[in-house]
Design a protein around this ligand. Structure first.
Ligand code: GLP
Length: 260
């Protein structure tokens, strides 16, 4: 895992956006896996700015989002489809038919989940998967105890995640308890993972993920087994990393051709 520690949240967000820009520029028909949450909002804003400056063309890009709440209509203000529309899709030129989400209103959930997996394969697989991390170490909505080989399926949120995600809904009792999420195995099949974590609330999960044992108790820890995984953090999220000096050394010694 390549661990990139940036002094500020803004610099971590910019680095993440630059890695995405490089991906899209080097492969204009990239298949991107996208994440929601408060962490990537500024990354999407950067991508929009890059697009407006003429640096990024999304016309051949395809996207698959990680997860969606069960039971919310697509246009619900707190649905992840609406989140992505607001922050990215309404502002760049991704063809609507190239945008994919798990359908939180599917009537036959197992069949829908299998179809989502098939759609990813038909698109050629995900080139780059953007990720955040939950306070308890989830990726997508793969909560602690998720099978590390899991595929897209329905999951039940933990009370902590419900509390963390209550803001949009106004109160925790309005947050759906169920979600459809790509599985840990689905995420592990992507060609590259890019996880952005910022703020001290994520410091423990980040340290356990990067330096702790691989365990279903912290699903993000499986990313230690991903062949091409970048972790971008600010100082606050890096605070509990034991080997942070080494990670900085690696970054400072990176050859120019590897920089974004
Ligand atoms: C959300 C999403 C995850 C996200 C995580 C962190 O609920 N399902 O994909 O990475 O939780 O969210 P935030 O960035 O708001 O801390």
């Amino acid at each position: 895992m390549e661990i990139i520690i940036k002094p500020t949240v803004a610099e971590a967000q910019q680095e993440t956006a630059k890695i995405l820009r490089r991906q899209i520029q080097s492969k204009p028909d990239s298949v991107l896996g996208l994440a929601t949450g408060s962490t990537p909002i500024a990354v999407y804003a950067e991508l929009v700015a890059m697009h407006q400056r003429g640096e990024l063309d999304f016309s051949r890009v395809a996207t698959f989002n990680l997860d969606e709440y069960v039971g919310l209509p697509a246009d619900h203000p707190c649905s992840y489809r609406e989140f992505m529309r607001e922050h990215l899709f309404s502002k760049v030129n991704i063809p609507p038919q190239n945008i994919h989400f798990p359908d939180g209103r599917a009537t036959d959930v197992p069949t829908h989940c299998a179809e989502y997996e098939t759609a990813i394969v038909r698109a050629g697989g995900i080139d780059l998967q953007l990720l955040g991390i939950g306070r308890e170490g989830h990726i997508g909505f793969n909560e602690p105890s998720s099978s590390l080989a899991s595929r897209t399926r329905i999951k039940t949120l933990t009370p902590q995640t419900i509390k963390d995600n209550a803001k949009c809904f106004g109160s925790p009792d309005k947050v759906p308890h169920h979600v459809i999420t790509m599985g840990v195995g689905t995420i592990m099949d992507t060609r590259q993972c890019l996880l952005l974590a910022t703020g001290e609330a994520k410091a423990e999960a980040v340290a356990r993920m990067a330096e702790g044992p691989i365990t279903a108790d912290l699903p993000a820890s499986i990313l230690q087994m991903h062949p091409v995984c970048k972790l971008v953090v600010d100082e606050a999220a890096a605070a509990q990393l034991k080997r942070s000096e080494y990670y900085r050394w690696v970054y400072d010694n990176k050859p120019d051709w590897q920089r974004v």
